[in-house]
Design a protein around this ligand. Structure first.
Ligand code: PMP
Length: 424
């Protein structure tokens, strides 16, 4: 029996309960930008397995570092103990982040990195006896699947069964080009209330919303407004971190510094599950007290797992190199040229690009969430040996940074075919 058939007997996959969904494809091996399936087919992973595998698959340098670590120290509880991979990773990560980031808190995925940031922000005020309890977030945002993360995300079919358990949030419209003033005005109004605790956002690009983009200038302005009122600023860089936006971090595009930052996905280059929340010294200090009720009561069994930290260190070896920035530049330039070639063509509603993130929105009348088109586009890409991730009428390309020019051309070729299909 194929992997795919056996899988269906025992596995519960995310998002795929729909009876009409095709069975999952059995993948035997990955190398660079390519996935090799059990039926002998090959797929270019043009979305880096949901923006995780930034260096492609099975990178030899990361594999080597991980296997060394496995033979040295595979795990030790991080409460009361520490180890070289965690210390070195924190030192090197902080050296790359905005200067005010002072402490690293480890978890094991993006949702928990967000959960921790929310707890830190809310308890920061609680510890000082200041009644600031409200969180501000963008409409359409996605910050994860845990309850706190769901609360600050767009309320949708993802969150509907849990609506009554989610906390109240002040949602702001995304300041997309032409609507910046509206968002700024709404934030200014909100900031007149004295119970605002923190503002959480996906910097520059809202992924799950459909790669909705806004400018660094307006982000800088929103951050400055919050900080002028003491409202904590939380940058969720789970998607944008480690090169996606053309710089190492999306916050490298702005002059304001966030109080808290969240990372996961690309941090280990797709080898091990790891989440990170970083905090400024002021936040950390607010938890230092002999009064135990002021401690951060949060910890996971796998917190700062040495193998995951070693994977992240090996990934950082690559991220720190100039060749990394050159790859970002090469992909960004290639995306821009392709976007230019598509502009004004029939079937195209809008093309958006920030660094290595390219999103093509097809013209399909008034419907934006167009299920049957989504499946058609997804299957068309697979038939052509490319893994893409359409959302309704929007297709994204977020390739691993090792993708070659020839592989990028194949991906663009599939998008051109999609355009022709939509135009029919
Ligand atoms: N924040 C953002 C911006 C994300 O894109 C995601 C995942 N798509 C998450 C948080 C949640 O991360 P994870 O899936 O690892 O829980």
């Amino acid at each position: 029996n194929s992997l795919s058939a056996r899988d269906q007997q025992v596995n519960w996959h995310p998002y795929t309960q729909m009876q009409t969904a095709p069975p999952p494809i059995g993948i035997m091996r990955g190398e660079g930008a390519v996935l090799y399936a059990e039926d002998g087919r090959e797929y270019i992973d043009a979305v880096s397995s949901w923006w995780v595998n930034i260096h492609g698959h099975a990178h030899p340098h990361i594999a080597e570092r991980v296997s060394q670590q496995l033979k040295t120290l595979e795990h030790v509880i991080f409460a009361g103990f520490t180890h070289a991979p965690a210390v070195e990773l924190s030192e090197r990560l902080l050296a790359l982040l905005p200067q005010n980031q002072a402490k690293v808190f480890y978890t094991d995925n993006g949702s928990t990195a967000v959960e921790v940031a929310l707890k830190m922000a809310l308890q920061y005020w609680y510890n000082q006896g200041v009644p600031r309890t409200k969180i501000i977030a963008f409409e359409g945002s996605y910050h994860g699947d845990t309850f706190g993360a769901m609360s600050v995300s767009e309320r949708s079919i993802f969150t509907r069964p849990f609506q009554q358990y989610l906390f109240d949030v002040e949602f702001l419209p995304v300041p997309v080009p032409g609507h910046e003033e509206q968002t700024i005005a709404q934030l200014e109004k909100l900031l007149q209330q004295d119970d605002m605790a923190a503002f959480i956002f996906e910097p520059l690009v809202l992924g799950t919303a459909g790669m909705v983009m806004y400018s660094p200038e307006v982000l800088d302005k929103l951050m400055a407004l919050c900080r002028s009122k003491g409202v904590l600023v939380i940058a969720d860089e789970v998607m944008t971190g480690f090169g996606r936006t053309g710089k190492r971090f999306a916050c490298d595009h702005v002059s304001q510094q966030p109080d808290l930052m969240c990372f996961s996905k690309g941090i280990t280059g797709g080898t091990m599950a790891l989440g990170v929340t970083t905090a400024s010294q002021a936040i950390y200090v607010s938890f230092l007290s002999d009064d135990k009720t002021k401690a951060l009561f949060h910890g996971h069994s796998y917190t700062a797992n040495p193998v995951a930290c070693a994977a992240a260190l090996a990934s950082l070896d690559l991220v720190e190199k100039n060749a990394f920035l050159e790859d970002l530049e090469r992909i960004s330039t290639s995306h821009a040229a392709f976007a230019q070639s598509l502009s004004g063509k029939s079937g195209i509603k809008q093309i958006r690009q920030t660094g290595t993130i390219l999103a093509i929105e097809f013209e399909v009348g008034h419907t934006t969430y167009f299920h049957s088109l989504r499946d058609q586009l997804y299957n068309l890409a697979l038939e052509n040996g490319v893994l893409l991730r359409p959302l309704g009428n929007i297709v994204y390309v977020l390739p691993p940074y090792c993708i070659s020019a020839a592989q990028l051309e194949r991906v663009y070729g599939v998008i051109e075919q999609m355009r022709l299909l939509v135009g029919q």
